[in-house]
Design a protein around this ligand. Structure first.
Ligand code: SAM
Length: 446
């Protein structure tokens, strides 16, 4: 094969982007598939000659590539981080009683509210010229989990894009759609793929890995979407588990009622993660490409102890402390577990985007403050179990889950009315657009 690649490969076919795409059909579970593709990549690389100057590359592509090549260090750094960012707490897989698939109606409500705004924004802000290089429109859903919410989201995006083409009288130019479903490696991708809608209007692929690192080739995605996922941090801030640090979070599993150093450590982790997220996406999205983020957070000016989600996590922490007092688990184990989630304010999020500088904020909208359908204690416990069960299982090797969530359910029955009455929350919709390059050498804006 290597000899044939050396002889027959025409590098001129990589004209339209800087991505060489390989597919291994019937890959099974490895390791042969990895060996095969590595071998192909090696052979292609040894065949390659430098790109510049290459008369077959359009001036637009050349422009993109020049800017991207200037960012080589960044590119290498983000690729490395992607491998290192391995703290993963996926939602409960499968389709059983405690699964995320059956306990994600609250997240679905946020998505449903976002649909109308998203369709309007696509109609107004999508630039069909961003699909310059091929007839494929690439969408990625980051933190897709197992469905069905992710399928509903991507179908809505596709509907919006098609309508935009139709409204411009470009029906014959409607592209094909490629959808990438991204989540942690340990996500239940098997369930995701087996439940893909049969009549889906797109080609589907799974992309495993942390969205805090690089996931896609440069300038290859036209539309990013991420819903109820960016509140998850890439890791628990190191200081909060360090006994010698003033930010040690003893006796608590989250930051809401903790001392200021703990809150600062969480906020710093959020800022660092957002920068990584935006930096990676800035490289992967085409210029003019759109990104929709739906993020649960708290209103500007609200304190973290007023956050509804934080109150619910605090209650879970108090259940763990109760179990420690009854010596069902060790207190030290409770001291060392922290939930890696941060609920941002709109101002903090906007500041993170401004600092990064690669995207324009096209729209921010509060989708809802209270949950539409208030869950009862049983539903709330099931919901938190589907999302947090993984974090807890990873930390307490013993199977304490049933006992913990029985206790949690009881406490929720007592406190939920107060939490709903006094807790503050919101789901935030943010639309970002990749800024164009405007350089003295290439003053063109596209
Ligand atoms: C609450 S679920 C939301 C799923 C889906 N987007 C929805 O709206 O129903 C959050 C998802 O984000 C994923 N996630 C969290 N951090 C991630 C990361 N760094 N990289 C990729 N996925 C991540 C989790 O594994 C989980 O599946």
């Amino acid at each position: 094969m290597n000899e044939e690649i050396a002889e027959k490969l025409d590098i001129g076919i990589v004209v339209s982007s800087n991505t060489y795409c390989i597919v291994d059909l019937g890959c099974s579970a490895g390791p042969y598939t990895f060996a095969a593709v590595n071998n192909i990549i090696k052979a292609v690389k040894s065949k390659q000659r430098p790109y510049f100057p290459n008369p077959k590359i359009s001036s637009v592509t050349l422009m993109i590539m020049r800017e991207l090549y200037n960012k080589t260090t960044l590119r290498e750094e983000t690729a490395k981080e992607s491998r290192e960012l391995s703290e993963a707490y996926p939602m409960a897989g499968g389709d059983g009683l405690h699964s995320y698939a059956n306990n994600s109606s609250l997240q679905r409500e946020a998505l449903d509210l976002a649909k109308v705004i998203m369709m309007k924004e696509i109609a107004e802000k999508l630039e069909t010229e961003t699909v310059v290089c091929s007839n494929t429109f690439c969408i990625a859903d980051l933190g897709c989990s197992v469905g069905p919410n992710t399928f509903a989201a991507v179908e809505k995006i596709i509907e919006g894009v098609k309508l935009k083409y139709e409204s411009l009288g470009l029906v014959s130019e409607i592209p094909e759609f490629q959808v990438f479903f991204n989540d942690h490696v340990t996500n239940d991708f098997n369930l995701l793929f087996t439940s893909l809608p049969q009549d889906k209007p797109y080609y589907a692929a799974g992309v495993p890995g942390s969205f805090y690192g690089r996931l896609f080739p440069e300038a290859s995605i036209h539309f990013f979407h991420s819903s109820t996922s960016l509140q998850w941090l890439s890791r628990v801030p190191k200081e909060v588990v360090n006994k010698t640090s003033p930010a040690w979070n003893k006796g608590r599993i989250h930051y809401s009622n903790s001392r200021v150093e703990v809150i600062q450590a969480y906020k710093a982790q959020f800022d660092e993660d957002m920068e990584r997220f935006l930096q990676a996406r800035a490289l992967e999205i085409v210029y003019g490409g759109l990104m929709v983020l739906i993020i649960p957070g708290i209103p500007n000016g609200a304190s973290h102890s007023q956050s509804l989600e934080n109150m619910i996590y605090d209650l879970l922490g108090s259940c763990l402390m109760d179990m420690a007092q009854k010596e069902i688990i060790q207190e030290e184990k409770v001291d060392s577990i922290n939930i890696p989630a941060y609920f941002t304010t709109p101002q903090e999020l906007e500041a993170a985007v401004e600092r990064n500088g690669c995207f324009n904020i096209e729209r921010t909208e509060i989708l809802r403050e209270a949950w539409g359908t208030l869950p009862n204690a049983h539903q709330a416990a099931s919901h938190i179990r589907a999302c947090m069960g993984g974090v807890i299982k990873q930390h307490f090797k013993d199977d304490i889950i049933d006992k913990l969530f029985d206790l949690y359910h009881k406490k929720l029955e007592e406190t939920l009315p107060f939490v709903f009455e006094s807790g503050k929350r919101m789901d935030l919709f943010v639309l970002l657009k990749r800024k164009p390059i405007i350089s003295p050498f290439f003053p063109l804006k596209y």
